[in-house]
Design a protein around this ligand. Sequence first.
Ligand SMILES: O=C(O)c1cc(=O)[nH]c(=O)n1[C@@H]1O[C@H](COP(=O)(O)O)[C@@H](O)[C@H]1O
Length: 308
Amino acid sequence: MNNYRDTLRESAVRAGSLLCVGIDPVMDWLGYGREEPQLGGPSPEEVILEHLQDFLDVVDHSGLLPGAYKPNLGYFHALDRPRQGEYQGSRTLAKILDLLQERQRGIPVILDSKRGDIARSSENYASEAFQVWGAQAVTVSPWMGDDSVTPFFMEGRGVYALARTSNPGAARFQNLPVVTSRGETPLFREVVRVVQEWSRTFPGVGIVVGATALEELGEIVAYLASAPVPLLIPGVGKQGGSAEATLEVLRSVGYPLELVRVNASRGILFPWVPAEAPRGRRERRDALAEAYRSMHQALALRDGEALQ
Ligand SMILES: O=C(O)c1cc(=O)[nH]c(=O)n1[C@@H]1O[C@H](COP(=O)(O)O)[C@@H](O)[C@H]1O
């Protein structure tokens, strides 16, 4: 099995862009209410799969591959009704993963589940991501310590530990100063330091840092530049982060861009949000095409950047 850094490198060269397409489907955003589907109307599974097929057609038509996909597990589980024996959300995710494998083999899928537990439990969460769903990489929350993250270190797979997240409340804990044997440092910096240490024995481990936290991103990439790790940077598009400003920060320290993926979810698959979805399928497809092309371009690699 390819090691995860090779997977990132090869897919970056094929895509020519750092764009990671987030797959976070919500029926509301496709013009359907959140309430249970109407009798006789299309099911969430049908609606979401049709939308995804349209998106993959847009990708084919553009001739531009993305650098990764990132489905967020919570959006799919929210469509399951296990107490009624109904698993539409899980089935939809499974079908989407099959489609990606058929149509875009080699483009990594990062399962966004933000797991992390006592070691024995993390082993199960690792199986969930890698064996059950067959993802190439996973997001994990590192706050329970080393033994909660290391069970995810499996040959060929990627693991992204949350360091400085993109949400408005992120600084509350992550920027708190902590005292270590090397002096005082914000908590997120200690996570970054430890991830870099882990990466010496498991090169597939990296970090999540939000595009909405450019100052922290700058500190992190400057710190990591001598021994870089994979970066997953969400928060561009609907959360207000800028693709261009993010790339500028990375380029300013010569960060190896092939190890980086910048995620946009609503900004690509639901570009009309918070406005209502266009009524016609054709208009929705046109909106996807425009959003995909412009974000792919904003995150494009320059000649030779992925070949360092
Ligand atoms: O781990 C993540 O992917 C993640 C970390 C973070 O700091 N911020 C963040 O937004 N995310 C995820 O990235 C996606 C962002 O979605 P959009 O805001 O629609 O682009 C969602 O699936 C979030 O759960």
